[in-house]
Design a protein around this ligand. Structure first.
Ligand SMILES: [Zn+2]
Length: 362
């Protein structure tokens, strides 16, 4: 995944124990022991890359590794196999050199879960909601590679539950938006969620995440820190090409649907000037200000149409002086529009589920 900024996944304090002298050879690999995951009685050492010039050594108990991961079990069995080659050791125990893709941060976060399974729910609860997908992708990657299914499913479920899948659920979030000064305390940043969902195949996130992105002003860029405002912002430059196309097409399709549905509200008039669709006898309600307002709202390219229709529904009695029959008809149609817009989000944003995979009807 290509993000603007990938934060460290684990807070590690480091202590240099054994290394070549910094003065002796600047290019030499620095070998550092991990301070919290280096157990004196551990029976196996793991080395993982931190950077091009730094590796960390973990000294742990193989029982924890093999209990949680068959991949670790295979690697350890391969290490112990007598193939005539001496087993590499570190500090008196066998050394398992991990692949470069297993960063020391990722290994540390996985080992923390192995030693204390309850640390994962605590971590999930403690992470800042706004950046949750980014915070967890490192642990999810390494858990996937090492077939630690419990961690994979726990993380995916947690992220999945962050995003509403029903209009009612979205309305609850909207109430939360209104009662908090910081919008991203309520929902994660949309672009990282979309990239996360496509990378890890969690399609249920996408309709709400694309909708959130569609109501985010494109000039509202996510900076290095979580924005302290109730205006949504996004990592616009991290949206990959395919998702950018889906976003642009989806927003246009959604606004087009909104305008089409709004046009259906014009009842037309009979030859005597009475509204043709009203059940109210001799209704001459003037719809034009309301219809004009509906159309003008769509000039805003990041229109929150679900919210706008809800507000209009509340206002159509007093601000537009409609008769009871017309007001009921308007409100029913506004609610129909909101329901249909929510239902059609996967169509607008070209999200399809084919079996268990996300596919794109591009
Ligand atoms: Zn009327």
């Amino acid at each position: 995944m290509d993000y603007e900024q990938l934060p460290s996944l684990s807070i590690i304090t480091h202590e240099q124990r054994t290394t070549s002298s910094p003065d002796s050879d600047r290019d030499a690999m620095q070998i550092l022991r991990h301070t919290s995951l280096y157990y004196a009685h551990g029976d196996i050492a793991l080395s993982a890359q931190y950077s091009d010039t730094v590796k960390y050594i973990f000294r742990v108990h193989r029982l924890f590794l093999t209990h949680h991961s068959e991949v670790f079990q295979d690697k350890i069995e391969a290490l112990a196999r007598d193939d005539g080659l001496p087993v590499e050791e570190y500090d008196g125990v066998p050394l398992l050199v991990l692949d470069n893709e297993d960063s020391s941060d990722g290994v540390a976060s996985l080992l923390e879960v192995f030693y204390d399974v309850s640390s994962l729910p605590r971590r999930l609860a403690a992470e800042q909601r706004a950046d949750l997908p980014l915070q967890l992708c490192g642990l999810l990657d390494i858990s996937t590679r090492y077939h630690v299914q419990g961690v994979v499913s726990t993380i995916k479920d947690h992220i999945r539950k962050e995003w509403p899948v029903t209009l009612r659920g979205w309305e609850v979030r909207q109430l939360e938006f209104d009662s908090t000064p910081i919008l991203h305390d309520v929902l994660p940043e949309a672009v990282s969620a979309i990239q996360f969902a496509t990378e890890y195949n969690i399609p249920s996130i996408l309709p709400a995440a694309f909708y959130l992105l569609s109501i985010t002003p494109t000039n509202s860029d996510w900076r290095d820190q979580i924005p302290k405002s109730n205006v949504s912002s996004a990592r616009w430059f991290s949206l990959d090409d395919s998702n950018a196309v889906r976003f642009a097409k989806g927003r246009d399709a959604m606004i087009a649907f909104y305008l089409d549905e709004a046009a259906k509200l014009d009842p037309g008039q009979d030859q005597y000037g009475f509204n043709m669709l009203s059940t109210h006898p001799r209704c001459k309600c003037d719809y034009s200000p309301l219809l004009l307002e509906l159309r003008l709202l769509a000039v805003n390219r990041h229109l929150d149409c679900l919210r706008a229709l809800s507000i209009l529904s509340d206002r159509c009695k007093h601000d537009h002086k409609l008769c009871t029959s017309c007001m009921t008809r308007m409100r029913t149609h506004f609610q129909h529009m909101r329901t249909e817009i929510w239902k059609k989000l996967p169509d607008f944003f070209i999200v399809r589920e084919d079996g268990n995979r996300i596919t794109w009807n591009a």
